[in-house]
Ligand binder design. Structure first.
Ligand code: KG4
Ligand code: ZN
Length: 349
């Protein structure tokens, strides 16, 4: 089954062509430069930019996969979570194409996409990685920080999530306070690396004794903000790498402590982790060490382009739904969509 997939959930206009787990093309138009000067994503600007780019991004995805839209078997689109007006652009386009070319439609959860991206393969079917459920799934991105018990294809149970800011959002906000621009995750990584990822300023590890698997990063950002007020601008600038490193350490250490708890609670030591923050090499190293300690393994997206938002992951997440014929007549946008097992699905065919 060949699937054309679309994601416009945030600030990337993305389309891809996939066949099962294989990515035949993956086109991403990033709006990051558009939002940079505002220090975050502006929904109305995102919507307009999606509208301007969506046709060309889809056409490029089809062209680079060398396939005519008439030969596509189904169209998959991100239904949520995400920015409502941004999601709407991709959904309207997917419904329009489905009607015009008489193709079945699939509404996909963006978070499922982030999980499936660890199993996405290139055209040749590499990496081979077998899928062996169950997994402890994790999404660590700019919008989400969640634990999911991934029992099987299409079977998920949400175990915990952030109650306020996501991990990537916390890194972005701390980066902003340090004047590092937006988004700041990769800049923080680089600065921390320069000083050997040391933890010379101790910031809190929020919720590590909460007894559940939830996160909360808003307070950490606040304590960083107040700490910066106690030092001079000169010290801040001189010690910027150390400050970035300590903040990153607080975020990652919290994630690692909670992950170990989740592993003990579920008895699962095999992890699947996706989302923009998993581009971070230091985080990957820490997670590998943790799973090794429990004789498990951790699976990350194999290509950097699959860590952040993209449409190939939506196509791969649509794979099993399409195989089972779980199509929808229409797709409603669901900005606050949670990850959950298949509810009652409408069968179109
Ligand atoms: O998955 P993503 O592209 O968008 C969402 O769905 O949220 O994630 C974006 C987030 C941003 O917060 C960005 O700062 C963070 O991922 N990020 C990183 C790195 N690259 C991107 N965080 C830490 N280290 C990185 N190398
Ligand atoms: Zn995302």
């Amino acid at each position: 089954m060949i699937i054309l997939s679309i994601d416009t959930s945030c600030d990337e206009t993305a389309a891809a062509v996939t066949s099962g787990r294989k990515i035949l093309s993956n086109v991403i138009y990033s709006q990051v430069l558009l939002h940079k000067k505002w220090g975050g994503v502006v929904p109305s600007l995102a919507k307009r930019a999606h509208e301007e780019r969506i046709d060309s991004v889809i056409n490029r995805a089809l062209k680079s996969a060398n396939i005519n839209i008439k030969k596509i078997d189904a169209i998959a689109v991100t239904q949520g979570p995400g920015l409502a007006i941004a999601l709407g652009v991709g959904i309207n386009k997917a419904m329009e194409l489905a009607l015009q070319y008489k193709k079945p439609l699939l509404g996909i959860n963006h978070l499922e996409g982030h999980l499936y991206s660890a199993f996405a393969q290139n055209k040749k079917g590499n990496p081979k990685k077998n899928i062996a459920f169950p997994y402890l799934g994790m999404i660590i991105s700019g919008g989400h920080t969640e634990f999911v018990l991934w029992k099987n294809h299409l079977e998920y149970e949400l175990l915990g999530m952030t109650l306020d800011d996501a991990a990537g959002e916390a890194l972005d906000k701390a980066g902003k306070l340090l004047g590092l621009g937006y988004p700041a995750g990769s800049v923080v990584e680089r600065l921390a690396e320069q000083v050997g990822n040391v933890d010379e300023y101790k910031f809190p590890r929020p919720m590590i004794r909460s007894g559940d698997l939830n996160f909360s990063f808003a307070g950490l950002k606040t304590s960083f903000y107040y700490f910066l007020k106690t030092i001079s601008e000169e010290e801040k600038n001189k010690r910027i790498s150390y400050l970035a490193s300590a903040f990153q350490e607080a975020v990652f250490d919290t994630i690692l402590i909670k992950t170990e708890k989740a592993m003990k609670q579920t008895g699962i030591s095999n992890l699947v982790v996706g989302g923009g923050v998993t581009a971070n090499k230091y985080l990957r190293k820490k997670m590998r060490a943790l799973t090794r300690k429990y004789k498990g393994a951790v699976h990350f997206p194999s290509m950097k382009v699959l860590t952040g938002d993209n449409a190939a992951m939506i196509g791969v997440a649509a794979w099993k739904k399409a195989e089972r014929g779980l199509f929808s007549g229409t797709v409603d946008r669901q900005p606050r969509m949670q990850i959950s097992s298949l509810a009652i699905e409408e069968k179109m065919l």
